[in-house]
Design a protein around this ligand. Structure first.
Ligand SMILES: NC(=O)c1ccc[n+]([C@@H]2O[C@H](COP(=O)([O-])OP(=O)(O)OC[C@H]3O[C@@H](n4cnc5c(N)ncnc54)[C@H](O)[C@@H]3O)[C@@H](O)[C@H]2O)c1
Length: 342
């Protein structure tokens, strides 16, 4: 097991890598702990959860909604959870977003930790303290920023992760490479999913590298007034189409990255060669690079994106591979890009 910490505003979060349930830190009193997980995880890992109070929610993005939060809170009341209770979110990004959100609002906040079980949650969703839910088709419209006490990585849980979820997770890995790490981009070009699936050491190193990329950005700008915005690369268009077409998050982000790279080519001088390398890399990791969608509908959802500031959108573009930038684009220009150029 490997341990380190990151300091966010007023809070230290510990990371336990290559750990297991047995490695839960001693602060965890099993009696006061409540594990939130989903039906898929529970199906595989019920024996592991024996002896833990557990709330099992239905799996899937369509349940990242207020009604699930209400159900969880009712269960917490039945369990007589109080301010000393400790929530552990064990699952993919949907569970980690929900568990963090419930922990933030139940009794105005109880302590919590996360145990990410998908590649996507390990490299991205569990890190940085953004928790929340969708409102209908609007992604992550309600939520809060609140850091967990710790994040525990048990890589053995990935043994049951379905093949399509490996693909999804690599969208966020490629995103990190695009905005921050050209060397990681080159490493990814020389490998594929099968390599990381079968080479545990390389997978551990890859996850750790992504943890550091995201945690460093968040530690420098927790409230997203500057650099943290870069992490939204591919997400503005991605979020606009994700729930509209019920796309997996990684697929939506992949399509969003292709669109953002094409706009970068026009606006920042991002080269055609780099653009082509990105498209090729996404295909190498089995991610979609094309999708036809209702532009007017997508634009109307996009306008509600959290990155909008009055009449402009803070949009993430690439200057080069490994170097993302934030550019404020007027909504009128955004609309003409969507309607005419996509
Ligand atoms: N908070 C953030 O900063 C942040 C960042 C990125 C993404 N997200 C959110 O994360 C979500 C996407 O995360 P996700 O792709 O992990 O989705 P998910 O939680 O829906 O997991 C994907 C599927 O894999 C299953 N699964 C997960 N781990 C498994 C395992 N070890 N074995 C078997 N099945 C397993 C789940 O049950 C689910 O069916 C989206 O809602 C997105 O908005 C949040």
């Amino acid at each position: 097991m490997k341990e380190f910490s990151y300091h966010f505003s007023g809070k230290e979060t510990r990371y336990y890598l290559d750990a297991g349930f047995a490695d839960m830190p001693p602060v965890i009193n099993r009696k006061g702990c409540i594990v939130i997980t989903d039906t898929n995880l529970y199906q595989h890992y019920a024996p592991l959860l024996e002896g833990w109070q557990t709330i099992v929610i239905p799996a899937g993005e369509q349940y990242k909604q207020q009604s699930t939060i209400d159900d969880i809170i009712r269960r917490l009341i039945e369990m007589e959870a109080d301010r000393t209770s400790f929530i552990i979110g064990m699952g993919g990004g949907v569970v980690t977003d929900i568990a963090g959100y419930v922990a933030g609002i139940y009794l105005r906040g109880v302590r919590f930790a996360l145990m990410p079980t998908s590649i996507l949650a390990m490299v991205d969703a569990a890190i940085g303290g953004k928790n929340g839910i969708d409102i209908g088709i609007y992604k992550n419209l309600v939520g809060l920023i609140r850091q967990p006490d710790f994040i525990l990585y048990d890589y053995s849980l990935l043994d049951t992760l379905p093949a399509e979820e490996w693909v999804n997770g690599f969208a966020e890995v490629i995103k990190h490479a695009c905005i921050k790490d050209a060397t990681l981009f080159e490493l990814l070009q020389s490998k594929d999913i099968a390599y990381f699936k079968t080479n545990k050491e390389a997978l551990g190193a890859l996850i750790e590298r992504n943890i550091h990329i995201k945690s460093t950005v968040v530690a420098g700008d927790e409230r997203e007034s500057g650099e943290r915005r870069l992490l939204n690369f591919g997400h503005t268009f991605g979020h606009a189409i994700e729930n509209l077409y019920q796309l997996p998050h990684g697929h939506a982000v992949s399509i969003g990255m292709v669109i953002a790279a094409a706009i970068s080519q026009e606006m920042t001088g991002f080269s055609a060669v780099s653009n082509e390398s990105l498209v090729q890399l996404l295909q190498q990791y089995q991610l979609p690079v094309q999708f036809s969608f209702d532009k007017a509908k997508a634009f109307s959802i996009l306008k509600m994106d959290k990155k909008r500031e009055k009449e402009a959108m803070n949009f993430i573009l690439l200057q080069s591979i490994g170097e993302g930038i934030v550019q404020s684009i007027p909504l009128t220009q955004m609309e003409s890009i969507v309607m005419q150029r996509l």
